[in-house]
Design a protein around this ligand. Structure first.
Ligand code: AHM
Ligand code: MG
Length: 336
């Protein structure tokens, strides 16, 4: 049997194959993976570790923070700030950026994360995850500001997530396809379990929170109505529906067996483009999905082309199997 390939070995081999994966980027990814292992330990302890429930505070978006949101945020910051590979970090759970303190060397990368995605599932023992995105600090001057982070997703150097489910799985792209690593709890190492992940272009499975149906815009209603009409309708096939309410888990399913995920704009908050955050959720997932042959748009344009104007900017998200994403995007364009 072939020797298992660890995350470290995978990264070393990628480094040899592609000079653009510098040792700084390798270090960064390994440190993020190590932080995810620590978060996985807390998640697994659950009630025994006294990590469940609310922290009694709110984040910048006015959402109630869970204890695990805060623990995961701290783990990621502590693990990453001293290595010399980063200039600054930004998180869904922090109002403003965290600049690497002066006592440590400053690196060339910027790290963005949603430390614990799927917060509503923490207390009910359903899959949750950590999502991360890596940018380069393009401006070479000393110091770093929020402006440095406002880059379109197509400039990401790496992105990924770690899903804490029945297995803990790290999914990664450095711009050369998508690889999956399963945490071997006995050895404590992430082992390569899937490479060159590819999403089928067609699917019969959609993911959307149907309880918001009455608030959707007409193109989304049109698309979902056609799916629901099944074999008897214009699509001529029956569709299945899944909604975990953890984006990591829904995207993981799509990377594994195809499907389409939608979190569209809706009338509940007409002034916000959508619920999900462009830089912590949509961009890293869009990078992974495109690298696996899928597509990701906001209904009108490619997500990774959007130039952010604010750190916590929100966006409508439609991603997954290419032909379905193209169809729902076309319905939006036709409605303009
Ligand atoms: P979170 O980062 O606060 O957990 O919110 C993001 C999550 C996504 O993981 C998921 O797709 C969505 O919110 C579920 O929202 P809803 O509860 O409206 O269905
Ligand atoms: Mg989230």
């Amino acid at each position: 049997m072939a020797q298992p390939v660890s995350l470290t070995r995978y990264l070393v081999e990628q480094h040899r194959k592609h000079g653009h994966i510098t040792s700084e980027l390798r270090l960064l990814i390994e440190v993020v993976a190590r932080a995810c292992k620590r978060i996985a330990i807390s998640v697994n302890k659950g009630a025994l570790g006294e990590v469940l429930g609310s922290a009694g505070s709110e984040n910048v978006q006015g959402e109630v923070q869970k204890k695990l949101d805060i623990i995961s945020n701290e783990v990621l910051i502590e693990a990453n700030e001293w290595g010399g590979h980063l200039a600054a970090m930004a998180s869904e759970e922090m109002d403003s950026i965290h600049v690497v303190p002066n006592r440590y060397p400053q690196g060339e990368f910027l790290l963005l994360f949603d430390p614990l995605d799927g917060s509503s599932n923490i207390d009910v023992n359903v899959s949750i995850g950590t999502i991360f995105s890596v940018l380069r600090k393009v401006n070479n001057q000393r110091g770093v500001s929020e402006e440095d982070f406002l880059q379109p997703g197509k400039q990401q150097a790496a992105a990924g997530y770690c899903v804490y489910g029945p297995q803990t799985t790290l999914v990664l792209t450095v711009g050369d396809g998508v690889a999956m690593f399963t945490l071997d709890r006995e050895t404590g190492s992430f082992v390569l379990t899937d490479e060159d992940v590819s999403i089928p272009e067609d699917t019969k499975e959609f993911a959307i929170n149907m309880s918001n149906m009455r608030h959707w815009a007409p193109p989304v209603t049109r698309y979902i109505d056609e799916c629901l009409a099944g074999k008897e309708g214009s699509r001529g096939k029956d569709f299945n529906m899944r909604w975990v309410a953890s984006m990591v888990a829904d995207v993981h399913r799509i990377l594994t067996r195809g499907g389409v995920f939608l979190y569209p704009w809706d009338r509940r908050e007409p002034n916000k483009p959508g619920k999900l955050r462009l830089m912590y959720e949509a961009n890293p997932m869009a990078f992974l999905i495109e690298q696996a042959g899928g597509a990701a748009t906001n209904g009108e344009r490619r997500i990774m082309d959007i130039v952010p104007t604010a750190l916590h900017e929100r966006v409508a998200v439609m991603l997954g199997s290419k032909n379905e994403v193209e169809r729902v995007t076309r319905y939006h364009v036709e409605a303009q």
